[in-house]
Design a protein around this ligand. Structure first.
Ligand code: 5RP
Length: 235
């Protein structure tokens, strides 16, 4: 470590811009792991922020926590770390679910699904009494912007896309673990409630990545100044 010229004392190395979001994600994930208690049934999200949550949770060595995962990747990593992962329907209601987000607006609307897992993520969030969102500071935006991830029934997927003004299959056309095709809505978001209703009402759309504030209990955002807490609208 290089000594500081002024004091001769050693300075911590500066994090590069690329490392900063990872540090913020880790801080938010660690804060969320602290909310989990012995005996809880825990929903685990998907993505790089959740990748910081899993070891933080495993390190706590809590007694008798059982988890439901939102993707095969999360389930595999959680099991590697020694967490007990079961089917969601085996657990019933969850005490808490913790997941990342692609965008978070000031009212608590989220866009999720960058990792193509938004259908299972929404089911798990809804199954939990408390849904906690963890993110780096760059995810907090003034206004939500496209893309909004979609999962489509494979049958007639091009016709379904034709019902929306501007939407296309995602590159490489990922397929969800439930057989749905992953696409993105690329038109303006405008009022997220109106867009969410429109997407939900489009035949062939299994689920979209807009998560309403009423689904969110707490948002933890890693920032330069620590972890910012935003209360969600879920009571
Ligand atoms: C996956 C998701 C993720 O939570 C979202 O894409 C954020 O990902 P990351 O934590 O990697 O930034 O919705 O479907």
């Amino acid at each position: 470590m290089a000594p500081s010229r002024a004091t001769g004392r050693k300075r911590p190395p500066r994090l590069s811009d690329a490392e900063e979001p990872a540090r913020q994600k880790r801080a938010a994930a660690r804060a969320a792991a602290e909310l989990v208690e012995d005996g809880m049934r825990v929903g685990l999200g998907t993505g790089t922020t959740v990748a910081h949550l899993l070891p933080a949770l495993a390190e706590r060595e809590l007694d008798e926590i059982v988890c439901a995962a939102t993707s095969p990747q999360t389930a595999a990593r959680a099991r590697e770390l020694g967490l007990d992962v079961r089917e969601l329907d085996e657990l019933g209601e969850l005490d808490i679910a913790i997941d990342g987000a692609d965008q978070i607006d000031p009212r608590g609307w989220l866009i999720k699904g960058g990792g193509a897992a938004h259908t299972r993520e929404k089911i798990v969030a809804a199954a939990a009494r408390v849904f906690v969102v963890i993110a780096s500071a760059e995810k907090a935006v003034e206004e939500l912007e496209p893309p909004v991830p979609l999962e489509l029934v494979a049958f007639g997927a091009l016709s379904t896309l034709g019902q929306l003004d501007s939407a296309r299959l995602r590159e490489g056309t990922p397929i969800s673990p439930d057989g749905g095709l992953i696409a993105d809505y690329l038109g303006p978001v405008g009022d997220p409630g109106e867009l969410a209703a429109r997407l939900s009402a489009t035949p062939g759309v299994v689920e979209h990545g807009l998560f309403a504030p009423e689904l969110v209990s707490l948002v933890l955002i890693g920032t330069d100044a620590g972890v910012e807490r935003r209360e969600g609208a879920r009571r």
